[in-house]
Design a protein around this ligand. Structure first.
Ligand code: BGC
Length: 364
């Protein structure tokens, strides 16, 4: 009993370690390599298309793909990665639920000689992360904050000062505290908003302005709805809220529900977002959510698939364009960053429809 439990993993690790790597000093391009892809959840449309796009891209390059969704459950994601290693994956692409919780399976991957690409969310606290593919996350936060200010009339779209001079009330939301991106988004946003808060042009009546007090565990819209309703009850009796910094469309919809439940609408405070998810784009067209940030996840998937191809051939991915900013606590992970685009009612058609991301029919 003991012996067989011991033998199986060793065999599996040896098989995995031999895979696509050098044989007798010669590097063999892996044909039909198994790539393990793990995504955080299917509750958000973006991760569904991320997973499908990566799978399609890799399969068109002749690889096999095991695509798993962890449903926001860390032990589930650990198990999925472990079974991909056991199945002989030659490379892992991981979009984590909790970026710091995968050090053990990442060590198993390293022991088996399996390279790892962190997808969109940085894997933290481990030396066993080879590359990172994502967007300019700090810039996402800047765009969210600029769009909030524009919507509030404190800033014009060209960056010049807006016509509103009196103080406006806003509340701040950040993403999940276990997602490295949340810090980047929030810091980017605060780099724009802090001067306005400091000189009183923006008033945060709840007083909740530091990252830890504004995070939203697992990016959950319902959690955000509850937090905003508590804030409205405690700090907005007889006062109006004018805007909400929201880091993600699913959170924005929760925020809009809280506002609706508190008598707001049809005109709503300015609410930002991220991901250009279909319900939010429809909400923007209907004049409810103010803006979102579009990240072309098709491009991220394609770039990641070609990075994967290079890594499988033991080459350094040529795409890398940021070798400094993504320190995971153990090492700086070489990264490829794509550009986000700020979207509101004025440009959604050009950005989202003319690029083929959505059709007019989908937005009706
Ligand atoms: C992604 C965002 C997304 C959020 C919630 C972040 O890691 O970068 O695009 O809105 O997770 O899913």
């Amino acid at each position: 009993m003991r012996a067989s439990r011991f033998v199986v993993p060793v065999v599996v690790l040896l098989v995995a370690a031999c895979g696509a790597r050098a044989t007798g000093g010669q590097v063999k391009p892996p044909d039909n390599a198994l790539v393990g892809v793990t995504m955080p959840t299917t509750t958000s449309p973006r991760w569904i298309s991320d997973g499908e796009n990566i799978k399609r891209d890799l399969e068109s390059r002749g690889h096999r793909v095991d695509l798993q969704y962890a449903q926001n459950d860390v032990p589930n994601q650990v198990k999925q990665i472990e079974s991909q290693i056991a199945a002989g994956a030659k490379l892992l692409i991981v979009a984590s639920v909790d970026g710091s919780a995968l050090t053990k399976p990442l060590q198993m991957a390293a022991d088996a000689g399996i390279p790892v690409i962190a997808y969109d969310r940085l894997l933290r606290g481990s030396p066993n992360v080879d590359y990172y593919a994502t967007f300019e996350n700090f810039r996402v936060g800047i765009y969210q904050a600029e769009s909030l200010l524009t919507g509030l009339g404190l800033r014009n779209a060209d960056g010049s000062p807006g016509s509103v001079k009196e103080p406006v009330n806003v509340e701040l939301f950040a993403g999940s505290s276990d997602d490295n991106n949340s810090v980047f988004f929030f810091n980017g946003a605060m780099s724009v908003l802090k001067p306005y808060i400091d000189d009183g042009r923006l008033v945060v009546r709840s007083g909740q302005v530091d990252f830890q007090s504004v995070t939203t565990q697992r990016w959950d819209g319902e959690t955000a709805r509850k937090r905003l309703e508590e804030i409205l009850a405690a700090s907005y009796r007889g006062k109006k809220i004018n805007g909400v910094l929201s880091p993600y469309d699913g959170i924005s919809l929760g925020i809009l529900t809280a506002l609706r439940n508190n008598g707001y609408g049809p005109a709503f405070p300015v609410v930002t977002g991220q991901d250009a998810e279909l319900p939010s784009v429809k909400s923007i067209i209907a004049g409810e959510q103010y803006s979102t940030i579009y990240k072309d996840t098709r491009e991220l998937a394609t770039a990641t698939a070609s990075m994967a191809e290079a890594v499988l051939k033991d080459r350094t991915p040529p795409q890398l364009n940021n070798l400094n900013d993504y320190n995971n606590g153990v090492k700086v992970v070489p990264a490829f960053l794509l550009n986000p685009v700020s979207v509101d009612k004025s440009n959604y058609h050009k950005v989202l429809v003319e690029s083929g991301y959505y059709t007019d029919d989908q937005l009706r």
